[in-house]
Structure formats: structure tokens, C-alpha cells
Design a protein around this ligand. Structure first.
Ligand code: THU
Length: 132
């Protein structure tokens, strides 16, 4: 799958966002090493602090279906003109599973920005930092 195809899936997922408070619709498409793709959207709540981001929705869906080996994640913000970068919580959540995962952020003009999780979260705290 091309980078554009992955961000296109993220764009479709953004259409399913439940964002009645921020009106900021985000979608994610998480590709596992075996090629399986899990999509996610942001899901907000009247208790605002309970909102979950699109990226974490996709990762939780994958883990709960037995997938932990992530290779790439496409992200698309339907209501942003520029790249909508993943928040700090989502970067930390990604780092739990892979610092090498590619983060591919799409923009309405079709441009993509590609970075690794390691790029986006330098000096990350990971499971390797915990005593065994
Ligand atoms: N949001 C995401 O889904 N992903 C991010 O990485 C940044 C923020 C969502 C959370 C909330 O529903 C809305 O965007 C506004 O912050």
C-alpha cells in the first residue's frame, strides 16, 4: 500500500469521527507487519477530558484484536489545512509498541509528511526503561 493509500484510509476514517465539541475530525489507519490495517477516529465525550484520539483508537483496536507489531500509521485531520500532527499522548502510546514505526501525515493538497516515532518523540520513555 502506498503512503497516499494509507492516508486515504485515514481520511475515510475521519468521516466517522465523533467530534461534536471540537468539530475537529481526525482519522488514523494503522498498518501491522502482516498487512492488516486498523482504522480509528477521535471519539469525544460530554465530559471533555475523556476524548480519545484517532491514533489511540486505532492502536487499541489492533491490540485488542491480537496485533502489536505496527509498521506504519497514516493520519489525516479533515478540518486542518496543514499537517495535523499526533499529540504527545499518542506519540507516547506509539512508542510503547515501536520507535521505528513510520508516521505518515496527510494534508488536503495530497502532500505527506513522513517521520518515525523516534523522530517525533526523542529520548522516549519506553518499556526498555523499566526494570526487568
Ligand atoms: N485529536 C486526535 O484525534 N489526534 C491527535 O493527535 C490530536 C487531537 C483529536 C482529539 C479531539 O477530539 C480533537 O482532535 C481536538 O483536540
Amino acid at each position: 500500500m502506498t503512503q497516499q493509500e494509507l492516508t486515504a484510509l485515514a481520511k475515510q476514517a475521519a468521516e466517522r469521527a465523533y467530534a461534536p465539541y471540537s468539530h475537529f475530525r481526525v482519522g488514523a489507519a494503522l498498518e501491522c507487519s502482516d498487512g492488516t490495517v486498523f482504522t480509528g477516529c477521535n471519539v469525544e465525550n460530554a465530559a471533555y477530558g475523556l476524548a480519545i484520539c484517532a491514533e489511540r483508537t486505532a492502536m487499541v483496536k489492533a491490540v485488542s484484536e491480537g496485533h502489536r507489531d505496527f509498521s506504519r500509521i497514516g493520519i489525516y485531520c479533515a478540518d486542518a489545512e496543514d499537517f495535523g500532527m499526533p499529540c504527545g499522548q499518542c506519540r507516547q502510546f506509539m512508542a510503547e509498541f515501536s520507535l521505528d514505526m513510520e508516521v505518515i501525515v496527510g494534508r488536503p493538497d495530497g502532500e505527506v509528511l513522513v517521520r518515525t516515532v523516534r523522530d517525533l518523540l526523542p529520548y522516549a520513555f519506553t518499556p526498555a526503561d523499566l526494570p526487568t
